[in-house]
Design a binder for this molecule. Structure first.
Ligand SMILES: [Mn+2]
Length: 258
C-alpha cells in the first residue's frame, strides 16, 4: 500500500487497527471525544484503520455530509487520510448508506458489505456481523429490502428532511426491537459463521455483537479464528494486527473489561 505521493507516510511495518460499533451521534458527544483521544494516542503507530460498521449511529446517505452532526468526525477522518493512513469502511446495519459522498469528503475507502484481505499469512474476512444473526428474521428481511439497489436509489433521492425523518423512525423501531429481543437479535448463528469460513478464510473479524471475544473453530482439518470487537462506551475494545499477530486491545489502556 502506497500512501499519498510526497507525504512522508507511516513505516511499512506499522500496525493495522480494527474498530466497530462507535455509534457516533450528536446524542453521545463523549464518544466522539473518546474516538479523538484514541486517534491522538495511536497517532503515528498505524498505517491502516478498518472501520467494521456502525461507526455512525446512523448515516442517511449523501445528505449527511451536509448536516452538522458528524462534521468534526468527518474532518478528523480527512486529517487521518491526509496524514497517510489508509482508512477502509465496511457497512454496518446503521450506516450501510455510506457511499461516494463519504469517500469524497474524507478520503475513506468505502468497501461495502465485506472484504477479504491477507494479514501476514491469515486470509481474513472483514464484515460487520449482522448477517450472522440469521435467527433474527425481521432484521434479515429489513436488510434484504433496504439494500435492494432500487430501494437504495429511491432513498438517496429523497430530500434531506425526509430521509432524516425516515432514518430516525427506522432507528426508533430498531431500538424498540433490540430492547424486546436483545439476546436473539445479537446472537450469531454458528452455521452462518461456518458458512463464512467456507469461503476459504481462516480468520473473521467482525463487530455488531458489542462484545470483544475470541473463538476458535475446528473446520475439519483446519482451524478458524473469530475475533469480535466491542462497542465503544466509556472505553473501547478493538483489535490490532502487528508483527504478524492479531492482538486484542483496549483503549484507554489498562481499562478493566466491561
Ligand atoms: Mn450493528
Amino acid at each position: 500500500m502506497i500512501p499519498g505521493s510526497g507525504a512522508p507516510g507511516p513505516q511499512p511495518e506499522s500496525a493495522t487497527l480494527f474498530i466497530s460499533d462507535l455509534h457516533l451521534s450528536a446524542r453521545y458527544p463523549a464518544r466522539n471525544d473518546l474516538f479523538f483521544r484514541f486517534l491522538d494516542a495511536r497517532a503515528g503507530s498505524f498505517s491502516t484503520l478498518w472501520i467494521l460498521g456502525d461507526f455512525f449511529d446512523f448515516w442517511i446517505g449523501p445528505a449527511h455530509v451536509r448536516q452538522g452532526e458528524h462534521r468534526e468526525v468527518l474532518l478528523r477522518l480527512r486529517e487521518l487520510v491526509d496524514s497517510g493512513v489508509g482508512v477502509r469502511f465496511i457497512w454496518g446495519n446503521r450506516d450501510f448508506q455510506a457511499g461516494r459522498e463519504l469517500s469524497r469528503y474524507t478520503g475513506v475507502e468505502v468497501r461495502g458489505e465485506s472484504a477479504e484481505e491477507a494479514f501476514g499469512g491469515h486470509r481474513t474476512l472483514l464484515i460487520h456481523g449482522d448477517s450472522f444473526c440469521t435467527k433474527d428474521t425481521g432484521h434479515q428481511v429489513f436488510r434484504a429490502v433496504s439494500r435492494n439497489r432500487v430501494v437504495k436509489a429511491l432513498y438517496r433521492a429523497l430530500p434531506d428532511a425526509v430521509s432524516l425523518g425516515l432514518a430516525r423512525r427506522i432507528r426508533a423501531r430498531s431500538e424498540a426491537g433490540v430492547a424486546r429481543k436483545a439476546q436473539e437479535t445479537m446472537t450469531f448463528a454458528e452455521a452462518a459463521i461456518r458458512d463464512a469460513f467456507a469461503r476459504g478464510v481462516d480468520t473473521i473479524v467482525c463487530g455488531h455483537c458489542h462484545e470483544a471475544r475470541e473463538e476458535e473453530f475446528d473446520l475439519g482439518g483446519r482451524r478458524g479464528k473469530l475475533y469480535t470487537l466491542g462497542a465503544w462506551e466509556e472505553s473501547a475494545r478493538y483489535l490490532e494486527f502487528s508483527e504478524g499477530e492479531f492482538r486484542p486491545r483496549v483503549f484507554p489502556e489498562g481499562t478493566p473489561g466491561h
